[in-house]
Design a protein around this ligand. Structure first.
Ligand code: AMP
Length: 116
């Protein structure tokens, strides 16, 4: 997929231009509640750096990507979640709708496998 030049909804949320239910924020990322939850707990871990999708990540993003996973497991621990699923949708066929990398954290119900 080609890079998208205009600001995404997530950049607007990060910049404070659009309100969102921000659960946590640090220097590298925000965690927000998904506006259309697919499970009782559905959070999005969003890096402040614009990376369109995981296929656009560079070797230099490795530390950032690792930190996002650490944030996800810290979120799970702080919310006493023992079962949770992390999802990254890459490309339209996989269900990507916002071209700004983010990790879905889903929990609070049984999860089927394979996913839909
Ligand atoms: P994806 O389809 O993997 O790109 O995920 C994008 C997610 O962003 C979807 O689950 C949407 O429900 C969610 N989303 C879109 N706009 C907002 C918003 N303004 N606040 C919170 N979540 C949003």
């Amino acid at each position: 997929m080609p890079p998208v030049e205009e600001k995404t909804i997530f950049e607007k949320i990060i910049n404070g231009e659009v309100p969102a239910d921000i659960i946590f924020e640090n220097d590298i990322a925000v965690i927000i509640r998904d506006i259309n939850p697919q499970a009782p707990i559905h959070a999005l871990i969003i890096p402040k750096k614009r990376i369109d999708r995981i296929e656009a990540a560079q070797n230099g993003d490795a530390e950032l990507l690792g930190k996002l996973l650490i944030m996800a497991k810290d979120f799970a621990k702080s919310h006493n979640l023992t079962g949770f699923r992390l999802v990254i949708n890459n490309g339209q066929q996989a269900g990507e709708t916002v071209p700004h990398l983010h990790i879905h954290l889903l929990s609070g119900r049984p999860m089927a496998w394979p996913p839909g």
